[in-house]
Design a protein around this ligand. Structure first.
Ligand code: MG
Ligand code: ZN
Length: 224
């Protein structure tokens, strides 16, 4: 049977202008965030990926290793819960919860409000954990210096090819839960090839964040 496709250019046209202005406004605010961060010599790292991919665990492991060397804060985006920021706080690391309500991504204005609540002159590093979502965070830069995308083998074999925009701008891609690859019948090398073909410049780390495996490599890739 032949394939029937409805292309993106055939969709709703009414929203396009509105959407463009939202994206443009976000871009301006992201540039402002970057300026604020740079003025205060704070580096920000955006961590994206699906719910359950291991974003919080990665941030936690990285913070554990770096907290003696850098002054760190975590900004955590979620629809309504504060589960993740509580985990970070328990570790003795400053954490700000941003609840997005029904929004499936963080935007630059929310990050701006979070930055206003932080004493930036007393910080070196900020990790931003985005809402668990592999689609719109790609369109909403936050002003961060580096972007990490975490993909778990438990998401199946097609996560990368199905979300090209997410991986296109990533500086670092973490292929997580490597110990479960065999059970999931997912080939991590295929995921790695998929990343390479979309974004040859991305630094790819195979990891088991829960056990701390690959975490030092991520830190190295971040230049920290
Ligand atoms: Mg999380
Ligand atoms: Zn969204």
């Amino acid at each position: 049977m032949s394939r029937i496709v409805v292309g993106e250019d055939e969709g709703e046209v009414l929203d396009i202008e509105l959407e463009e202005s939202i994206v443009k406004r976000n871009m301006m605010l992201a540039d402002e965030n970057r300026r604020i961060l740079d003025d205060n010599r704070v580096r920000a790292i955006d961590v994206m990926g699906a719910t359950g991919s291991g974003k919080t665990t990665l941030i936690l492991q990285v913070c554990r290793r770096l907290k003696a060397k850098y002054r760190i804060a975590v900004i955590k985006g979620d629809l309504t819960s504060s589960i993740d920021s509580d985990i970070i706080l328990k570790e003795g690391i400053l954490s700000i919860q941003v609840n997005t309500g029904r929004e499936c991504h963080l935007d630059a204005s929310q990050i701006r409000r979070a930055l206003e609540k932080l004493d930036l002159s007393n910080l070196d590093l900020i990790f931003i954990e985005n809402v668990g979502n592999l689609i719109c965070p790609a369109e909403f830069p936050l002003g961060s210096h580096k972007r990490i995308v975490v993909v778990s083998v438990t998401e199946g074999p097609y996560t990368v090819v199905k979300h090209p925009f997410m991986f296109m701008d990533a500086d670092i891609v973490v292929i997580n839960k490597m110990d479960l690859a065999e059970a999931m019948k997912v080939d991590p090398d295929k995921l790695l090839q998929d990343v390479r073909s979309i974004n040859p410049k991305a630094y790819v780390v195979k990891a088991r964040c829960r056990d701390g495996v690959g975490v030092d490599e991520v830190i190295h890739a971040l230049g920290l």
